[in-house]
Design a protein around this ligand. Structure first.
Ligand code: GTP
Ligand code: MG
Length: 273
């Protein structure tokens, strides 16, 4: 399968098109996922040769100072590590995805806590096993009483990260819009993750009375792409979008290969051109 990923770039306005890939059979995808993960090891085994503040100033002359202060407060190593944050509305599956990437189950020691009510209350760092320079940060759900949308970006210090994964679950809520607009102002790259693809696939099969999984996947792909165009691209310009299932991450039946490739390229962008 040709991977339809577009180059990762640090820009204040994203310039990439949506990267929802064409759907492929699970066996081919698993092989590709493994290949990408091996390549990722190479990318992350080199320390970055510039720090995470390689972006041009967008929020005035205090920007770099504020970023540095936030990184220090969070105990972040912005020079040697690649720091990714997973944020978005409550219950979209942020913590479940971090566990899945790290290959841990919800009840394993050290796993991020998951559940059906509002669970995560603090920004917390998780190591990516085998890739010690990669740090995955989990964030509380945005737009709740405890974590209001209006102050979420600043409260959670999202501006301190190399890359923001904005996860959403169907509706592009106002909390998503606020995160995205702040990220643009701060010049931080944002990629979208539409999660729970396994459940969406079931919905499509049920709603359209389609039995063939490949046909249903194509329909799902088209519906997700279409909604993303209308909800996000039309107002905020093109962005990467990955449709993924945390529960079936390693089956790589959706956009998981492209997602890992994006992470690898994010690392590569921290090295000299
Ligand atoms: N079917 C399916 N369920 C998922 C997936 N990802 C998460 N879930 C379920 O969605 C629920 C919420 O997952 P969490 O990971 O706790 O969500 P969260 O975004 O971290 O929630 P908060 O921390 O409360 O904001 C759990 O019951 C998960 O099992 C997925 O890919 N597929
Ligand atoms: Mg959580």
């Amino acid at each position: 399968m040709a991977i339809s990923i577009l180059p990762y770039r640090h820009t204040h306005r994203p310039v990439m098109g949506s990267a929802l890939s064409t759907f492929v059979g699970a066996i081919g995808s698993v092989k590709e996922l493994i290949q990408v993960m091996v390549k990722m090891c190479d990318a992350f085994n080199k320390p970055p040769d510039r720090d995470a503040m390689g972006n041009s100033a967008q929020v005035g002359h205090n920007r770099d100072r504020l970023i540095k202060e936030a990184q220090q407060q969070m105990g972040m190593d912005a020079v040697h590590d690649y720091n990714f944050i997973f944020c978005g509305p409550s219950k979209v599956g942020k913590s479940t995805l971090i566990n899945a990437i790290r290959g841990v189950k919800p009840n394993d020691t050290g796993a991020a806590q998951v559940g059906i009510s509002e669970v995560t209350q603090d920004v917390r760092c998780y190591e990516y096993l085998g890739l010690p320079r990669v740090k995955l940060y989990d964030a509380p759900g945005a737009g709740t009483r405890s974590h209001p949308a209006a102050t979420y970006f600043i409260d959670k210090k999202l501006y301190a990260f190399d890359c923001i994964f904005l996860m959403y679950d169907g509706s592009f809520l106002d909390s998503c819009r606020q995160i995205l607009e702040h990220a643009h102002t701060w010049g931080k790259p944002v990629a979208f993750l539409r999660t729970k693809a396994d459940r969406l696939l079931d919905d499509v099969m049920y709603n359209s009375a389609v039995d063939d999984e490949q046909v249903a996947k194509q329909q799902l792909h088209a519906q997700v792409q279409n909604a993303f165009q209308q909800q996000v691209v039309a107002y905020h310009g093109p962005h990467h979008l990955f449709l993924i299932s945390a529960r079936q991450l390693r089956l790589a039946g959706f956009d998981e290969v492209d997602f890992f490739e994006y992470i690898r390229r994010a690392a590569a962008s921290r090295h000299s051109k």
